[in-house]
Design a protein around this ligand. Structure first.
Ligand code: SAH
Length: 232
């Protein structure tokens, strides 16, 4: 078994271990195929490449991390993408999650707040031929209005609350997949689905541990006009 096969096996095993939380025993085949295709070692600093196919997070510089493969696969699965979709990612980091999404959808827009990471990820994605990913350096809390509405939004840093600007940039029927909770404390990965009449369903999936969203997160506007969600 090579390193990549070991990573895929470990993702499948963790999915099975968490089947009660996920409500299924396996992830979408398209997602698993994308996990097989993208060379994760290309997204790690050279001295940490030996960790590339372990099912764990790893440092990528600037105090940030590339997420655990199981979490990348799970979040990609939860978005329930279609090949015609346009997806927004907040937290480009290394660009790995964006590369996985680029295999699943038509266009990926990704926002990274740390300039050095944004520049490096953008160059890396271009060099590796992921031509349907556009990276911008900015505070992703406010989304990317110019390209809205999105068919799905994924946030790969923990937010203190559900960002209203992101909800506003989802098309009807689309999903926001986001870890919500306290920095370096309890966070829950949730799926917010935007329904007709701007109503939302919130589905908590499982406890996770992400680096926090940084930059301004305007709680005042986030609570204004926010419809009471129904919990299932
Ligand atoms: N998806 C990344 C992992 C991201 S770690 C990957 O596949 O490698 C979280 C990233 O979110 C970090 O790079 C961090 O700098 C970025 N981030 C934190 N707050 C942000 C914000 N407000 N807007 C955009 N990016 C943010």
């Amino acid at each position: 078994m090579n390193d990549l096969e070991r990573m895929l096996r470990d993702i499948k095993m963790e999915v099975e271990l968490t089947r009660n939380l996920l409500g299924k025993d396996s992830l979408d085949d398209r997602v698993m195929a994308a996990m097989k295709e993208v060379p994760r070692h290309e997204f790690l600093p050279p001295d940490l490449r030996y960790l590339a196919y372990d099912n764990g997070p790893a440092p990528i510089g600037s105090g940030q991390t590339i997420s655990q493969p199981y979490i990348v696969a799970l979040m990609s699965d939860l978005l329930e993408t279609r090949p015609t979709d346009t997806i927004l990612e907040i937290g480009t980091g290394s660009g790995y999650q964006a590369a996985i999404l680029s295999k699943l959808v038509k266009q990926v827009y990704s926002i990274e707040i740390i300039e050095d990471l944004a520049t490096k990820a953008s160059k890396r994605l271009k060099r590796l031929g992921y031509n349907n990913v556009a990276v911008r350096k900015d505070n992703g809390y406010f989304g990317w209005q110019e390209h809205a509405p999105f068919d799905g939004i994924i946030v790969t840093a923990a937010a203190p609350h559900i960002p209203l600007p992101l909800i506003n940039q989802l098309r009807e029927g689309a999903k926001l997949v986001i870890p919500v909770g306290l920095p370096y404390d309890y966070q829950e990965l949730i799926v917010v689905e935007k329904n007709v009449n701007d109503e939302f369903d919130i589905r908590p999936i499982l406890g996770v541990s992400f680096v926090p969203l940084i930059g301004e997160c305007s709680t005042e506007t986030a609570h204004k006009d926010f419809h009471k969600p129904s919990r299932h």
